[in-house]
Design a protein around this ligand. Structure first.
Ligand SMILES: Cc1cc2nc3c(=O)[nH]c(=O)nc-3n(C[C@H](O)[C@H](O)[C@H](O)COP(=O)(O)OP(=O)(O)OC[C@H]3O[C@@H](n4cnc5c(N)ncnc54)[C@H](O)[C@@H]3O)c2cc1C
Length: 404
C-alpha cells in the first residue's frame, strides 16, 4: 500500500456500508487525503461483488437515502429501485391496520426497493471511476492503536499505517471486539427467511408489513421481470418453524405463505431461492476512539422488521463525512475531534435501535397491550398528524436531533 499520501483514511470492510462511506469521503475530501478500502473477499470492480452484503437479499431504501445516494452520483440506484408509494401495516387475525402514503407527506415516493446485487453493481461502477484504492482480497487481522494514528496488520503479517481507521467489518466485528469496544447485544429466538416471490396481482408499489404471533413479515415491491409481478419476502418466525418452511417444496411453501399473508396480491405463484438469516440486536456503546470509528453493522445490527439497518448507517455516514472533513482539514483525528460524531448520532441511533427491537414484540401481545396497539393502528389511519409523523419516520426523513 502506498502510504506516501497523508493523511490517509482506511475502511476495513467493503460491504454496502464500507463502500458507500468510501464514496462519500471521496466526494467530500479526497483531494486532500487518500482513502483505502480493505476486504477479505475479492472485490473485482469488473465482476459482480461477492461480499456478504451483495447476496440475494433486497433492501428497502428510504426516500432520504435515495436522495443522498443520487447526490453522490449513484443515480442508477434511484432508477433501478422499485418505488414504494404506500406502506400497509396489518396484524394477522386482529382488527386494526393502517396505510401510510407518499401523498400524505407530499413526497413523490416513500422510498424504493433494490436487490442487493444491483446495489453492489452501482457502487462498484462508481468506485471504478473514483480515487478510492481498493485492497481485496486482504484480511485485516490486528490493529495496534498508536499515539497518533493506527497500525494495521494483514493476514500475511504486513503492516500499514493509517491516520484514521473506519471499522465496517459487519455484525460480528472481530476487530472492534479485539479492541474491547463495549456493546450490548441479544439474539432473537426468530430467524428471517428471505426469497423473491411471484404474485398473481401487481403490488401497486405498496410495501406490506404484516405482524402475527409467529413474528413480522414484509412483502416489498420489486420491479417486474418478463411480465412477472415480483415481491421480496422477509418472513421472520421461530427457528424451528423456519426449518419447517425451508423443508417444504416450492408449491407447499407458496400455500403456507398465502395462509400467513392472505390474498391481498392474489395467489403466490412461484418462489425463488430461499435463504435464512439468524437475527440479533447489537448496539456498540463505544464507537469512537482516537483514530478509530466503528460503522455499519459493526456499530449496530438491527432486526430487519422495519428495514432500518442500512438506512441508519447512511445517516451515520452523512454525519461522519462532515466530522471527518474537519479532521482532514485540521489533520487532527484525536478522540476529542472524532467524539462530535458520536454525540451527533447518539439520539437517532438509540431511537432506531430501540424501535426496531420493540416493534416485533409489540405485535405479539394480546390483552390490554394488544388492544392499545390495535387502537393506535386504527387511530393512525384516521388522524393525519400522527400518521404524517409515523410516515416520515418510516421513510427516514427524521434523523439527527429530532425527538419523536
Ligand atoms: C434479512 C435482512 C433484510 C434487511 N433488509 C434491510 C432493509 O430493507 N433496509 C435496510 O436499511 N437494512 C436492511 N437490512 C440491514 C442491512 O442488510 C445491513 O445494515 C447491511 O448489510 C450492513 O452492511 P455492512 O457493510 O455494515 O456489513 P456487511 O455486509 O456484513 O459487510 C462487512 C464486510 O466486511 C468484510 N470483512 C469482515 N471482516 C474483515 C476483515 N477482518 N478484514 C477485511 N474485511 C473484512 C466482509 O467480507 C464484508 O464484506 C437487512 C438485513 C437482513 C439480515
Amino acid at each position: 500500500m502506498d502510504e506516501s499520501i497523508r493523511p490517509n483514511i482506511g475502511i476495513v470492510g467493503g460491504g454496502m456500508v464500507g463502500l458507500l462511506a468510501a464514496l462519500a469521503f471521496e466526494d467530500a475530501f479526497s483531494a486532500s487525503c487518500a482513502i483505502h478500502v480493505f476486504d477479505v473477499a475479492p472485490l473485482d470492480l469488473e465482476r459482480p461483488l461477492s461480499q456478504p452484503s451483495f447476496d440475494d437479499r433486497s433492501t428497502a431504501l428510504s426516500f432520504d437515502t435515495l436522495g443522498y445516494m443520487s447526490g453522490l452520483g449513484l443515480l442508477e440506484i434511484s432508477r433501478q429501485a422499485c418505488p414504494i408509494q404506500s406502506i400497509h401495516v396489518s396484524n394477522k387475525g386482529r382488527m386494526g391496520s393502517a396505510v401510510l402514503t407518499a401523498e400524505q407527506v407530499n413526497w413523490p415516493q416513500l422510498g424504493g426497493v433494490i436487490e442487493n446485487r444491483l446495489l453492489g453493481e452501482a457502487l462498484a461502477g462508481r468506485l471504478k471511476h473514483s480515487r478510492v484504492r481498493v485492497h481485496a482480497p486482504r484480511e485485516i487481522k490486528h490493529i495496534n492503536p498508536k499515539s497518533c494514528g493506527v497500525e494495521l496488520f494483514d493476514a500475511q503479517g504486513e503492516a500499514m499505517f493509517l491516520d484514521c481507521l473506519i471499522i465496517a467489518d459487519g455484525g460480528q466485528s472481530a476487530l472492534a471486539q479485539r479492541l474491547g469496544m463495549l456493546r450490548e447485544s441479544k439474539s432473537y429466538a426468530n430467524s428471517a427467511l428471505i426469497a423473491n416471490v411471484a404474485t398473481a396481482m401487481h403490488h401497486g408499489h405498496c410495501a406490506y408489513e404484516r405482524f402475527s404471533e409467529q413474528g413480522p413479515m414484509a412483502m416489498l415491491p420489486l420491479g417486474s421481470a418478463d411480465g412477472v409481478n415480483r415481491c421480496a419476502l422477509v418472513w421472520t418466525a421461530p427457528k424451528n418453524q423456519i426449518d419447517e418452511l425451508m423443508a417444504l417444496t416450492d408449491r407447499e411453501f407458496c400455500r403456507s405463505l398465502e395462509a400467513q399473508f392472505g390474498y391481498r396480491l392474489g395467489r403466490i405463484e412461484q418462489v425463488g431461492t430461499r435463504s435464512v438469516y439468524p437475527l440479533q440486536m447489537m448496539h456498540r456503546i463505544e464507537q469512537v476512539r482516537a483514530g478509530i470509528v466503528v460503522l455499519g453493522n459493526a456499530a449496530h445490527t438491527l432486526h430487519p422488521v422495519a428495514g432500518q439497518g442500512f438506512n441508519l448507517s447512511v445517516r451515520d455516514i452523512r454525519s461522519l463525512t462532515d466530522v471527518l472533513s474537519q479532521c482532514v482539514h485540521n489533520n487532527d483525528f484525536s478522540s476529542a475531534a472524532l467524539s462530535s460524531y458520536a454525540q451527533r448520532r447518539a439520539v437517532d441511533q438509540w431511537r432506531t435501535v430501540n424501535a426496531s427491537d420493540l416493534l416485533p414484540d409489540l405485535f405479539q401481545y394480546t390483552g390490554v397491550v394488544g388492544a392499545v396497539r390495535n387502537f393506535a393502528l386504527g387511530l393512525m389511519d384516521v388522524i393525519p398528524a400522527f400518521k404524517q409523523r409515523f410516515t416520515a419516520i418510516a421513510a427516514g426523513a427524521i434523523g439527527e436531533g429530532d425527538y419523536v
